[in-house]
Write a new protein. Structure first.
Length: 264
């Protein structure tokens, strides 16, 4: 039985103030995810679990014809409010579950799901649905937090040392390497690839940022001069691109795995 709070608007988890590392991570995650859709005027793009609609609105700003699919009425309402005062064509909003998308096969040129896969109780079905509604030569772009990142490994190692060797408590109330209570899946690169390959031909897996969530990292980034902080986060992002398995976020791109004779 599915139990979901459809009145939740995520205002309790949307950051109100960002340190340089958080700002960099969220900005770059968004840029890479949206860029990989290859959005262009006239293309149809589906944003699955579109939330408050910021990514759908940004894609519409690139000239694409965008549909945001989101089961939460409150979040859809917030998306409509955010779009109301924006110039130009805006997305269409549809109430819908990720594992039962209300669209015909091959309806979209691209499909994105950013930062939501770990909230799904049936992620493999959701990926299959995204592949189904995307045309054969189209793209499905999945962006998800990596719980085996360098920061998670360092945090886990420090806590093990404190608790097992020094007999002390953890450094934080909620440990960064533990999935939050509203997450069904604790993703890492091998798992997202394994799930995606059942429905997609994976074309690329990219790493975004490195070090976010490491104990003390955000505080240090906020205290040092901003130009130095910018250099630090950009340098670590370069390492994240080289070693996606240690990066903070994984962005996977694939095309639907189906025969040409049965696809749009």
């Amino acid at each position: 039985m599915r139990v979901v709070d459809l009145d939740r608007d995520m205002s309790d988890v949307i950051p109100t103030g960002l340190t340089p590392d958080s700002e960099f991570l969220f900005d770059r995650m968004t840029k890479v995810t949206l860029d990989r859709t290859l959005a262009a005027p006239g293309q149809w793009i589906l944003d699955v679990a579109s939330g408050v609609g910021q990514d759908s609105i940004a894609l519409a700003g690139r000239g694409a014809r965008v549909v945001g699919a989101e089961p939460s009425g409150r979040m859809t309402g917030m998306a409509q409010l955010f779009a109301a005062d924006k110039p130009g064509p805006m997305p269409d909003w549809v109430r819908g579950w990720s594992d039962r998308l209300p669209f015909a096969e091959g309806s979209f040129d691209a499909c994105i799901c950013k930062g939501a896969m770990d909230h799904f109780d049936a992620p493999e079905v959701a990926i299959a649905e995204m592949a189904r509604v995307t045309r054969t030569r189209g793209r499905v772009v999945l962006a998800i937090a990596n719980f085996e990142s360098l920061a998670c490994r360092v945090g886990r190692g420090l806590d093990d040392l404190r608790q097992d060797v020094l007999g002390l408590g953890p450094l934080r109330e909620r440990r960064g390497y533990d999935a939050p209570s509203d997450h069904f899946t604790r993703y890492e690169p091998d798992l997202i690839r394994e799930q995606a390959e059942k429905s997609l031909v994976v074309e690329s897996v990219e790493g975004i940022s490195m070090g976010w969530g490491m104990p003390g990292w955000s505080k240090w980034m906020a205290r040092i001069p901003r130009p130095l902080a910018d250099v630090a986060v950009r340098t670590l992002d370069q390492f994240g691109r080289q070693w996606p398995g240690l990066s903070d976020v994984i962005v996977l791109v694939g095309r639907p795995r189906r025969s040409e004779s049965t696809s749009a």
